[in-house]
Design a protein around this ligand. Structure first.
Ligand SMILES: *Cc1c(COP(=O)(O)O)cnc(C)c1O
Length: 489
């Protein structure tokens, strides 16, 4: 299978619909198959029935544009109701306001942008934010886009942020402290109460990234599990990000950014009044906003209600519990830390966990690789209820296989690749494609590249300069979204 894509021009005459759809179906065959519960990231699926309902709602508002809320009072109403429903779920009072965005990244971008403006009003012209190294890269992206310096602090052995380090990293330029509920890599909730208290004491803003947890933790708590305080019930929390297209099981393109009050949210907004096209005002990053995503999110919240979400959470937590218990019985593989909900990482003290991941990939499983420490990632959701036992069986087999000493291990350091981000974005079967592309980028023959991700991550760790890695990853990304025949810059 080749990774190259040929350049195309628009067809002179339009093609037959059935032929187009056929081509799309065929291409889809090469994608990871998430529907059988073997993909442990990227897709959240409640049931075929609920997905059909969601598509119906999406289709109904397929053409509508959320850019101008006065033209579509329906969308405005959906958005405002979605915001208030989720704010209430997360301990917010009637002062809490927010906006819908296209996803967690946009929600986080907006919270950081608002914090920057808030800081400017207070004379902080070189704003900084302090965040755990486990925080989502969207914060780094916000730093990159908006010129806010991201100051990373370490996590403790339990993977929660080191509060002492956080306190020490605060200076007079700091505007924002960040905690996650939970963080993605190991699924643990940062000490939000302490972070928020620290923020209050130092007169700073505090953002809680509940992108993955916001639509899950309240129900997990209802079910009687231990969930630390993480939301607007905690004094000092000033903003939150919550994805609906994750455990809200809404159509993709639906997230929320929430603020403690409307005054704070104003720092997020953008207006331009000089344009010949009229007075332009926009709440979030995007201009045109897909009505379908807003409408479908509203529909799903109403369709499931508290009891529907609780029921799904019960099943998902049962599956998560089953996996934790099953992993505990497999020699050499451990769940890292104490995950609060259904997001977790598998590591090992004795095995090369990437090799275990490769063995799982050979059995059709798709688990993202993580680093520092090396681990495999699981986001357990309703799509996995039927596949947990098979996962455990294959994991046991994979772990046994990897107990044996590998016949040939490492390949020369200097020839080295790659590619941490790209491997996370494009894991599993795509990895082979990526290495091939990478080999061309770096002018190394195919044969000299490690075939498996385990070996690649091994080499990656040996890379002397992380800056080189950054550049390589970006070059790869550029390659991947280019057609055959275009010349590199
Ligand atoms: C998924 C996620 C994000 C980013 O959300 P996108 O919808 O992918 O942009 C941010 N933070 C956490 C903790 C996440 O799990």
């Amino acid at each position: 299978m080749s990774g190259s894509v040929d350049a195309k021009a628009l067809p002179e005459a339009g093609r037959e619909e059935e032929e187009i759809l056929e081509e799309m179906r065929a291409l889809r065959e090469e994608d990871v198959n998430w529907h059988d519960g073997k993909v442990w990231s990227l897709v959240f699926h409640a049931s075929d029935e609920l997905a059909a309902f969601s598509k119906q709602a999406y289709g109904m508002f397929y053409a509508e544009n959320g850019l101008n809320p006065t033209a579509f009072p329906s969308l405005r109403r959906f958005e405002v109701e979605v915001i208030s429903m989720v704010a209430k779920l997360l301990g917010g009072d009637l002062q809490v306001v927010g906006n819908m965005t296209s996803g967690g990244t946009e929600s986080i971008l907006m919270a950081v942008k608002a914090a920057r403006e808030w800081g400017r009003k207070r004379g902080k012209s070189d704003p900084e934010m302090v965040l755990p190294m486990s925080a989502h890269p969207a914060f780094e992206k916000a730093a990159h886009y908006f010129g806010v310096k991201a100051v990373h602090v370490p996590v403790r052995k339990d993977f929660r942020v080191d509060l002492r380090a956080m306190r020490k990293a605060i200076n007079r330029r700091t505007v924002l402290l960040v905690g996650s509920a939970p963080q993605y890599p190991q699924g643990v909730v940062d000490p939000i109460e302490e972070i928020a208290q620290l923020a209050q004491r130092r007169k700073l803003l505090c953002h809680v990234d509940a992108c993955v947890g916001g639509m899950m933790l309240p129900f997990v708590r209802d079910l009687g599990h231990q969930v630390p305080a993480f939301d607007f019930a905690v004094p000092g929390v000033t903003s939150m990000s919550v994805d609906l297209h994750k455990y809200g099981y809404a159509a993709k393109g639906a997230s929320i950014v929430l603020y403690r009050d409307a005054e704070l949210r104003k720092h997020q907004y953008f207006a331009y009044t000089e344009w010949p096209g009229g007075i332009y005002v926009s709440p979030t990053m995007t201009g045109t906003r897909p009505g379908g995503a807003i409408a479908a999110a509203w529909a799903m919240l109403n369709r499931l209600g508290l009891s529907g979400y609780r029921e799904i959470a019960r099943d998902v937590m049962a599956a998560a519990g089953r996996i934790r218990a099953g992993v505990a019985e497999i020699e050499g593989v451990d769940v890292l830390g104490e995950p609060t909900m259904s997001v977790m990482a598998l590591g090992s003290k004795t095995l090369d966990i990437y090799e275990v991941g490769d063995a799982l990939a050979e059995r059709g499983w798709h688990l993202d690789r993580q680093q520092n420490p090396a681990s495999l990632h699981l986001t357990i959701n309703a799509a996995h209820l039927e596949s947990t036992e098979q996962l455990l069986a294959d994991l046991r087999e994979a772990a046994e296989l990897c107990q044996r000493p590998p016949t040939e291990r490492l390949i020369q350091r200097s020839k080295l690749l790659l590619v941490n981000t790209a491997m996370r974005v494009l894991p599993g079967p795509v990895a082979t494609k990526v290495t091939r592309v990478a080999s061309r980028v770096l002018g190394i023959g195919d044969g000299e590249l490690p075939k498996k991700t385990a070996a690649m991550y091994g080499l990656m760790a040996a890379l002397p300069n992380k800056g080189d890695l950054n550049e390589m990853v970006i070059e790869l990304l550029d390659k991947l979204t280019r057609h055959e025949g275009s010349t590199p810059a």
